[in-house]
Design a protein around this ligand. Structure first.
Ligand code: NAD
Length: 250
């Protein structure tokens, strides 16, 4: 007799942010049970979600939100425009290390990181870039510097014990710009600049293109990556670029 499988449980770190909120919706719609961990809270709380307020750098804060979770999605970061070296180091490097240790302590087996396409951007145009591009050296800014370290930490944490099987299976997804409802960083900044008359100049010949991915496509990619994390999967310990079909003219 067929029986319903119990819903799998996910913890979404940074689940009150732009991408995190969409990830939560995607997971609920796909039949997952969802826990949200964030240093901030949104106004729009949902009764079917358990919320944990805490700092990713604090293991005690993290552990309760990870207990019983099958998959962790890690979206927490200061905004790229923050330009604060010590904050980026604290959250993206120390916080990610703390999250990895907490996942292992809690018995979480799958960790999906939102990295960034900027980890391979060294200032020269990239068209049809593939995952084998080297990390940027030097990185363009503090944000990128810590996203590179963060990605390496997560991919290096992919580990299988010969007798016990997978200790932690990890994957990183590298979007460039993300757009969609609740975006606070990209499109609103451009629109405000335009409204304030600060968009009067074109740099280059006006044919520059930049890669933006619709937020639902980004969450779809994260979910596919998470579901592909199993013992001996080629996805384990890998980074993947993500985009829409065609880059948008900018
Ligand atoms: P966001 O700022 O909307 O969300 C980040 C969330 O992390 C926020 O809710 C914030 O409160 C939380 N957070 C920050 N510091 C924390 C801490 N110490 N402990 C716990 N939570 C903390 O950002 P976003 O646009 O949703 O970005 C999500 C992820 O995607 C980030 O890792 C970012 O680097 C990556 N990314 C974003 C874009 C983009 O265009 N938005 C592009 C490439 C990569």
């Amino acid at each position: 007799m067929a029986t319903d499988k119990p819903a799998r449980v996910c913890t979404v770190i940074g689940g009150c942010g732009f991408l995190g909120r969409h990830m939560v919706e995607k997971l609920l719609a796909s039949g997952y049970r969802v826990k949200v961990f964030d240093i901030n809270r949104n106004d729009d709380t949902n009764d079917s979600i358990t919320y944990y307020t805490g700092d990713i750098c604090n293991k005690q804060d993290l552990l309760s939100s990870l207990q019983g979770s099958d998959i962790v999605f890690h979206h927490a970061s200061p905004p790229a425009a923050a330009n604060d070296e010590s904050l980026f180091n604290k959250v993206n490097v120390e916080g990610t290390q703390c999250l990895i240790e907490s996942c292992i302590e809690s018995g979480v087996k799958r960790l999906v990181l939102t990295s960034s396409a900027s980890v391979v951007y060294n200032g020269s145009d990239i068209k049809n870039g593939t995952e084998d591009l080297p990390y940027a050296h030097p990185p363009m800014d503090y944000y990128t510097q810590t996203k590179i370290i963060q990605e390496k930490l997560v991919l290096d944490a992919n580990n299988t014990d010969e007798s016990r099987g997978p200790v932690l299976m990890t994957v990183a997804i590298r979007p460039h710009g993300i757009f969609g409802p609740h975006d606070r960083q990209n499109i609103p900044v451009v629109l405000n600049a335009a409204k304030n008359g600060k968009m009067k100049f074109i740099i280059g010949d006006g044919k520059n293109i930049v890669d933006f991915t619709y937020v639902e496509n980004v969450t779809h990619g994260h979910l596919l990556a998470a579901e592909a994390l199993h013992e001996d999967s080629v996805v384990c310990g890998q980074a993947y670029n993500i985009t829409n079909d065609e880059p948008l003219p900018f």
